[in-house]
Design a protein around this ligand. Sequence first.
Ligand SMILES: [Mg+2]
Length: 208
Amino acid sequence: MIRLEQLHEWLEKANEKIQNNKEFLTQLDQAIGDGDHGINMSRGFKEAINKIRASTYHDIGSFFQDVSMVFIAKVGGASGPLYGTAFMKAAMALKGKSVLTIQELAFALKESVSGIKMRGNAQAGEKTMLDVWEPVVDYLASSGDSFPWQEVRRISLEQMEHTRQMEARKGRAAYLGSRSVGHLDPGSVSSAYLFEALAETMEGSEAT
Ligand SMILES: [Mg+2]
């Protein structure tokens, strides 16, 4: 079973990766967007970590709800509302739970994917964060409660890399049309950090 402290550890690891790669995310977004993704993600994760460190949780729904509110209330750009929606949908799916199976987590993250699609009016293949979220969550949902977490990391990085050859259809990058080809989508990179962090957390624990 997945415990609350593991979910906390997941977000701590994700925060480390985001802070360590803040400049890289900025550079990626400067190339095809407005250059705010590093700052937005850095602020969002920092504030979310401050919030969850300062609180005690018994309900996984409340935990993700707090994370969601930080992104919605304090993070600008497109990424604040999109990540905020993702965590909000997970919170709603996990309300009242104090431990999770991997399948329950996968179900909640499927709700997150639906939320991102609706909020961003986007589909996979449009060079966005969904190009990492959807295949990774589909893998989790289809893999039962025992599988190699390295596979989650591999799929995340592979799908992130795959956005390089895509033409952007959403956000500012879409104005560049074919000139967006050859650049990684910044949201897919921050999303890959999130799922790498999940894989590392679960690999390093007795989750299943
Ligand atoms: Mg931006």
